[in-house]
Design a protein around this ligand. Sequence first.
Ligand SMILES: NC(=O)c1ccc[n+]([C@@H]2O[C@H](COP(=O)([O-])OP(=O)(O)OC[C@H]3O[C@@H](n4cnc5c(N)ncnc54)[C@H](OP(=O)(O)O)[C@@H]3O)[C@@H](O)[C@H]2O)c1
Ligand SMILES: [Zn+2]
Ligand SMILES: [Zn+2]
Length: 352
Amino acid sequence: MYNAKAYSAASATSPLASTTIARRDPTERDVQIEILFCGICHSDLHQVRNEWSGVMPTVYPIVPGHEIVGRVTRVGSAVNRYKPGDLAAVGCLVDSDRTCPQCEAGLEQFCPNQTLTFNSPDKHLGGVTYGGYSESIVVDERFVLRVPSNLDPAGAAPLLCAGITTYSPMRHWGVTKGKRVGVVGLGGLGHMGVKLAHAFGAHVAAFTTSPGKKEDALHLGADEAVVSRNNDEMQKHAGSLDFILDTVSAEHDINAYINLLRRDGNITLVGAPEKPLGVSSFALIMGRRSLSGSNIGGIAETQKMLDFCGAHNIIADVEVIPIQKVNEAYERLTKSDVKYRFSIDMASLRSE
Ligand SMILES: NC(=O)c1ccc[n+]([C@@H]2O[C@H](COP(=O)([O-])OP(=O)(O)OC[C@H]3O[C@@H](n4cnc5c(N)ncnc54)[C@H](OP(=O)(O)O)[C@@H]3O)[C@@H](O)[C@H]2O)c1
Ligand SMILES: [Zn+2]
Ligand SMILES: [Zn+2]
């Protein structure tokens, strides 16, 4: 074991603060990574504040962070895919049972025995796992990803959650050229959804509650941008979309979006608000529309997404911050005030 600097929260109402955590020494299949950048996902904030207490109660202290890009510093004796000096990444998963039907299908994100990057039982050290708001992490090589060398590491970090969480459902539901796609909520996930749907060749409509993001949506790759609080603008899209990706992190009227789907259209929720959403049966019945959910993506698909982003030069639009500004960043995230992902420069932690 060794000590690593990190930022943790001691309770649902405490700010994140500097601390020291234990990391395991790399075992034979482990890769030790010096973290360069870690994105701030709204899931970090939900869990720091214990907003998902009904489903996955937070264990304190919590060290969040699952959008990790770093440099390999040490590898175990049996590791053959990575060597010191390589650029490597870690997303939301650091382990699974590897034997269940979900794992066999490459869908580790649905494994009942998965280990999440933070706040999951830690099989090696006991307690819970600690995430990427830290100077280093040790992960089994089977859960480590390769980062294409042309991608800027600060902007590549958010691909590990925001990228795969939007890539996977759009691939699953056949978002391609000729399809009309809506992306709801222009935050970390939503702005990646717009970029990826555009790269897949779809016609993209972005829906935002922030009039100030309308212009940006077009630069991000949307063909049209709609301020969702404007009923007339919304009505113009009624019954027109094949697929909608809903990334909203808070309570909202989902029926307003279901009504924008054409016959047999699908709306997939990736946003995970604290409270249940009220779904109108009529909105679904009329048009045989369907409502689904999607959870991040498996390891193989995450690598595919990274390679796709490398080939198309896609990264997140990031505001790079020192870790000392993390609490301020959380406050701004609750107000949808970030364009479009905070990425923590971990050099700021090393120099503390
Ligand atoms: N399923 C998964 O695997 C998965 C993975 C990662 C994250 N998540 C969840 O996905 C959600 C989004 O995460 P994120 O990191 O993208 O968050 P984010 O950056 O905060 O973006 C959420 C966006 O939702 C919109 N929004 C916020 N409050 C709203 C409200 N009251 N009504 C309508 N729209 C509102 C805002 O967009 P506008 O300003 O454009 O309206 C905001 O930028 C979170 O709940 C997160 O936990 C799920
Ligand atoms: Zn996330
Ligand atoms: Zn499994």
